[in-house]
Design a protein around this ligand. Sequence first.
Ligand code: TYD
Length: 392
Amino acid sequence: MKKEFLDLGQQPIANNFLTPDQFDGEYFFNLKVGFDEDTCLVSLLDFVDKSMLFNENYVYQSSGSQTMRKHFSDAAKLIPKGSRVLEIGSNDGVFLKHFDTKQAIAIEPCSNFAAITGDLGYKTYAEFWDTDMAEVIVSEDGEQDYVFSANCFCHIPTLDEAFQAIHKVLKDGGIFIFEDPSLGKMIERTSYDQIYDEHAHIFSVTALKKALARNGLTLTKVEPLSVHGGSNRIYACKNPSGEIDRSVHEHLIEEDQAGLNKMETYEKFAKRIRASKISLVHILKENKNNGRGYKTISYGATSKSTTVFNYCGIGPDLIEYITDTTPDKQGKYSPGMHIPVVPYEGNFDETVDYAFLGAWNFIDEIKKKEHDFLMRGGRFITHVPIVRIIGG
Ligand code: TYD
């Protein structure tokens, strides 16, 4: 049984950047989070219907940053040459395109993206992942040596069925490699903006070990990653013949010490989030009202910032606009708070004094790129791991 520990209030669809004619009918839901003491899963209390989140209008592009392009090019090297690989949630093909079209197939429910990898020559099923799909793939394409999936399994409310489907599609000894944001890192950094409609769960290694085992898969290795504000890459095997890597035991011990198995930890986390909101709003109001005419914008129109802006009540009065490099987000407005999203080019200019890091997870890439901004006295604002101003 999930027990609620956090209420982030009324929230819109996090990636639904919209036009003014869509403001009136905008969908909102109550974003609440709970912890289940039996399964150790941290999940949303209410899941948003999957077809509202993942459809032909999906805008998030995995290849939108240098960091992620390099990340997926490195990840592709994990799959031995000649082995058959299925990618689940292939987005714009940032991982897939490192393989021969005969070696790799994909499944992607957002048909706009499925069409892109289809055009590149990869067989792409524009479907959601479940046991029926696993059966289709086994009969049409055969059992797979590897399955890879990044930032996708945490999107699936029916996690047990999704793991059963992996069990069906893998050959004996086959390996499932998947990566998702880390619950431990989210708690450590108070990065509560990892919580939004798409993230049905935020995984601990402890919860994953149990869920995989319930569905016939063995957790064999854990690799911490820096992407997406701190993630874990999980290796699971169907009937493994080798040994379990020591990283599994190490992560379980670490999570036990961090209290990830106790409700109390989540209640403290919720308390820190309430304090974070007060500090962030204070800085933004100070910028606005101190009479110095500061211009404050946001950098990166992320799903994460949808949670922050709606939870903290931050709108265009405090953040003039959001710059983003994704063409499909530009010219639209942020979900819920309706802050204009504008192209990065021509808008991240010398008139900007402060930029809230909506894409704080790319802080190293952004600081490098915006060296001149910092040199001329520009400042970044972030709420991770605590609310603070960067620069100066
Ligand atoms: P990400 O942090 O992966 O978003 P989400 O919270 O939705 O998972 O997305 C980063 C967004 O920021 C994406 O829309 C591209 C944009 N971006 C920029 O505009 N400039 C940049 O320099 C970087 C790194 C990202």
